[in-house]
Ligand binder design. Structure first.
Ligand SMILES: C[S@@+](CC[C@H](N)C(=O)[O-])C[C@H]1O[C@@H](n2cnc3c(N)ncnc32)[C@H](O)[C@@H]1O
Length: 374
């Protein structure tokens, strides 16, 4: 990086901060100061993002002319695929979140001076840097499951003379060594909330995490823990989507196909089309009712349409483009999906925050369930 770049990044950073203020997401003066003091480019020396001309993923590094411009745009920047440092395509497994979503979540955390925070999902380290700028690095702990990420993140933070506690571990266990925390923020999505997080949150403390349903619908959950370790919470209206916490991610399609039970002779017909399940609202509400399912969009030689697989009992359902459904196994996943979809339609297509979601304890995890629709 040259001196010229050094002064250029300041202009880019200030422009991004101004845009986030004008958009109404960056509201408090303290967060504004923390953002303006924290350069993003230190954390993303290389990344992948869609080329504006072709739409194809393009690898961008500090050697590219548009590097700073992209770094200081409001985009998520993929930094790792398939959990492997060398891979350049596939399933994204780490990224720097879009700045507007980061600000939204940080503002929602409602932090007070000297609060302690645990972040699940260190990634590039940028969010940990923002938290450190706001709270002081001694109050920040951040955990990532991937040592190939935490090492570089720690070094980049140190470049800014920030030394939060950076831990390599499965974030599902939190980090008991520095508990309890005033706040826990997860920048990966969960199907179920580990009770370790609850146990490591102070009375009156909060947990902010994106819930992902089996149909890949997302809702941002804010939970509060009371003196008796009871939790109350809701889904907020703010949009948020994240890659899954690896320890809860769905098995691969080929793994579930390998254990699928034989197809039943009966072929169902259905009025539901794959397009009916495209909106986040539908995916969230319907997916919440099918907690044991993994869902895959199929565009391959094996077929097209939507494939549902039970994660444990070998049941499956395949919605084909002609509206017929093949099923197999003991659980009729398609009828379950139809029931959940029709209930959501009858309720007037509620958005995630309009559902009455509660979090009940089951097998050491808090499971989000819909009580009723408004
Ligand atoms: C969207 S990225 C986080 C972005 C990050 N906060 C930043 O500022 O760059 C999601 C991260 O969650 C991490 N992750 C996934 N599963 C995890 C787990 N079980 N425990 C801890 N981290 C996990 C991934 O390795 C990935 O780095």
């Amino acid at each position: 990086m040259t001196l010229d770049d050094d002064s250029r990044f300041g202009r880019y950073l200030n422009t991004l901060v101004d845009k986030l203020v004008v958009a109404g997401v960056l509201r408090s003066t303290r967060w504004r100061a923390a953002f303006a003091a924290t350069p993003r480019h230190i954390f993303v020396p290389r990344f992948f993002h869609p080329d504006p001309m072709t739409g194809e993923l393009r690898r961008t590094t500090s050697q590219d002319a548009d590097w700073l411009e992209v770094v200081y745009s409001d985009q998520p920047l993929a930094t790792q695929f398939n959990g492997k440092p060398g891979d350049t395509s596939g399933i994204p497994t780490s990224s720097s979140t879009a700045p507007s979503l980061m600000v939204t979540m940080l503002e929602l955390l409602d932090l007070h001076p000297r609060d302690t925070v645990l972040e699940i999902g260190t990634g590039t380290g940028y969010n940990a840097a923002l938290l450190s700028a706001y709270l002081g690095d001694c109050n920040v702990t951040t955990v990532d499951v991937d040592g190939a990420l935490t090492g570089p993140a720690r070094e980049r933070l140190a470049e800014l003379d920030l030394h939060p506690t950076v831990v390599t571990a499965d974030g599902a266990a939190g980090h008991p060594g520095r508990a309890p925390y005033d706040r826990i923020i997860a920048t990966c999505a969960v199907r179920r909330i580990p009770t370790a997080w609850l146990e490591q949150t102070k009375a009156g403390g909060k947990i902010l995490v994106t819930v992902e349903t089996s149909l890949h619908g997302y809702g941002l959950a804010l939970l509060t823990v009371d003196d008796e370790r009871r939790v109350s919470g809701c889904i907020l209206p703010d949009a948020a989507s994240f890659m899954p916490m690896r320890s809860q991610a769905d098995p691969l399609f080929r793994e579930l196909r390998a254990v699928a039970l034989p197809r039943k002779d009966q072929l169902l017909t259905t009025a539901i089309r794959a397009e009916d399940l495209e909106s986040n609202e539908a995916r969230f509400a319907v997916g919440l009712q099918l907690p044991d399912v993994a869902a895959f969009g199929m565009q391959s030689t094996e077929g097209r349409g939507l494939y549902l697989a039970h994660r444990a009992d070998g049941s499956w359902a395949h919605l084909q483009p002609d509206q017929t459904v093949c099923i197999g196994g003991p659980t009729d996943l398609w009828r379950q999906l139809e029931g959940a979809y029709l209930a959501w339609v009858e309720a007037g297509h509620p958005a995630p925050h309009q559902l009455s979601v509660s979090f009940s304890l089951f097998q050491q995890q808090l499971v989000p369930t819909v009580r009723q629709t408004n």
